[in-house]
Design a protein around this ligand. Sequence first.
Ligand SMILES: Cc1cc2nc3c(=O)[nH]c(=O)nc-3n(C[C@H](O)[C@H](O)[C@H](O)COP(=O)(O)O)c2cc1C
Length: 143
Amino acid sequence: MSQNNIDAHILISMTYASRANSDVSAEDFNEILKQAQENNAANGITGMLTFNKDYFLQTIEGPRAQINRLLYGLIADQRHYDLQLLETREIKHREWAKWSMNYASPTEQNAAVYLKYSTTVNFNPYLLNAESANNLMRELSSI
Ligand SMILES: Cc1cc2nc3c(=O)[nH]c(=O)nc-3n(C[C@H](O)[C@H](O)[C@H](O)COP(=O)(O)O)c2cc1C
């Protein structure tokens, strides 16, 4: 049995914030999303990605080994920097089971949701505690 399969039944959820590199465009965001969705479908990973101008906020969930492997890739990815973990925990059930990678970026419809979770003039995920980050993504997802 490969190392992968040994802990495949142990699921974890990981949430992080990062800063988008200044040259990351809307097309790059679409590219990241497409890459995430294709890879995740193959790797048993699900989750939610939010992008707000300067920042990413993402939850990834799946088998522990796969999530750890993705974390290395994310840290090495030059399209963002200053990756900071907000939360890592074991889960019994996936929250984002239906999505290889769900996503939300700012629109007129969801502006009030971002504002609700902003303690400063601009939305800044580094200032969120884990519970707020999770609630924000749930609310963005339901719009
Ligand atoms: C904000 C952000 C979110 C990403 N999310 C994912 C993801 O959910 N799954 C994934 O496989 N790659 C994701 N990536 C891409 C990875 O950092 C990395 O480029 C990719 O996993 C490498 O895939 P490859 O081995 O097929 O080249 C993301 C990148 C960024 C910048």
